[in-house]
Design a binder for this molecule. Structure first.
Ligand SMILES: C[S@@+](CC[C@H](N)C(=O)[O-])C[C@H]1O[C@@H](n2cnc3c(N)ncnc32)[C@H](O)[C@@H]1O
Length: 383
């Protein structure tokens, strides 16, 4: 078996690209009014820090951002808390932090995330906090996943709390196989109950994929379980949720889902932007991998396929904006996100919305121009 930390697979490229694009906006926005412009990031399943190939793991990625944010004209202090259970992995993480973390606020803890979180959460009380729970195979128990929200206040004026959770799709598929197997292990099924927060996932799965189910039925069952899991987490957390599939190859089944929870609308739109940018970087990485030995692996082929995708998203958003404007009322896209994004949901970002909006302004459908920041929260009105 190869070591997880030898080299980065595309699914990890996507996860890190999303983080890479999210930490800046998160620290920028939430650290604007926080005490001392401090912002906390808890990486509950931190890993070695850096892959043997030299690529960044989440701790190195965070340290890079912490350094960049500290050097900005309006600095933010990103304080990192890394938890790792495996003593050998932890020793490597310590070395990486010793060599790359000088001058940064970093705390290391060896042990299990569930045991470490209560004390870490009390250390970051009063600060905006983003908690990343990224185990492999084994999944995060429901109680641990909601802990950051339970431990921190909600409501106006409270520091933002967000979590990003890795929900392992292959583990779900493997355990769900026990539901219809004559050789099922109850103890295996119970592990999934702990993750889901109850045994209800079993019925949800079986409703969609009874014994003898087709591949399409099992895919529907997986989507239903992940959606219900995210919905229940968000309900317990008093937050909104968004989840995205993470793949090793386009067209494959997802390796895992990243479930994002936030109590703030801004968090949701910043995450959507980071996801769109992350997906673009992931498609580029896949293009390079798939064309590594080919003459056609040049940048122009990648650019052409990206342009075609973007054009389709802009067309989609334009058509949906027209439909929404035809109802005759002014509105903010953020309040009709799904209707406006339509097929481009989870893919497109602000620049695609701006392009579609520009077309409507150009032909007089709206007199509101597409300028300004935060276009998702700007009100568009029919002419
Ligand atoms: C997928 S890796 C983490 C990768 C890292 N977050 C990244 O993005 O580079 C999961 C890590 O969690 C560690 N781990 C497993 N169970 C844990 C637990 N209960 N608490 C903390 N760490 C744990 C494993 O040893 C492993 O290093």
């Amino acid at each position: 078996m190869t070591n997880f930390f030898e080299e980065k697979r595309p699914a990890a490229i996507l996860k890190h690209a999303i983080l890479d694009n999210y930490i800046g906006p998160f620290a920028g926005k939430t650290g604007l009014y926080s005490p001392g412009n401090r912002v906390a990031f808890i990486d509950g399943y931190a890993g070695e820090g850096r892959y043997e190939s030299g690529d960044e793991g989440s701790p190195c990625l965070l340290m890079r951002h912490a350094r960049r944010l500290a050097a900005m004209r309006r600095p933010r202090q990103l304080e990192c808390f890394f938890v790792e259970d495996d003593p050998q992995v932890f020793a490597k993480l310590q070395q990486v932090v010793a060599s790359e973390g000088a001058g940064l606020q970093i705390a290391l803890a060896q042990g299990k995330a569930a045991a470490q979180l209560p004390s870490l959460l009390s250390q970051v009380a009063g600060l905006p906090a983003l908690v990343f729970l990224d185990p492999f195979g084994l999944m995060v128990p429901f109680e641990t996943a909601v802990m950051p929200f339970m431990a921190r206040p909600a409501g106006y004026g409270t520091p933002p709390t967000e979590t990003l959770i890795n929900f392992n799709a292959s583990t779900l598929r493997r355990i769900a196989g026990h539901l219809t197997s004559p050789k099922a292990f109850e103890s295996t099924l119970v592990r999934m109950d702990e993750v889901f927060g109850s045994a209800d996932w079993r019925d949800i799965w079986l409703q969609h994929a009874p014994a003898g189910s087709t591949q399409a039925q099992r895919e529907a069952a997986e989507t239903a379980v992940v959606t219900e899991y995210s919905r229940r987490l968000a309900k317990a957390a008093g937050s909104g949720f968004w989840y995205t599939e993470v793949f090793n190859r386009a067209g494959n089944r997802p390796v895992y889902y990243l479930v994002f929870l936030t109590r703030h609308k801004d968090g949701m739109s910043s995450f959507a932007e980071a996801l769109s940018l992350g997906l673009e970087r992931w498609r580029e990485a896949l293009h390079k991998i798939e064309n590594a030995d080919s003459l056609f692996g040049d940048d122009s082929a990648f650019k052409a396929s990206e342009d075609a995708l973007a054009e389709a998203w802009v067309d989609e958003i334009e058509a949906n904006l027209r439909k929404q404007l035809a109802l005759g009322q002014p509105f903010r896209v953020v309040d009709h996100y799904m209707q406006v994004l339509g097929e481009a949901f989870g893919q497109a970002r602000e620049k695609h919305l701006r392009k579609a909006w520009k077309r409507l302004h150009a032909d007089g459908t709206t007199l509101v121009d597409s300028s300004g920041k935060d276009l998702f929260t700007k009100t568009i009105a029919p002419a």
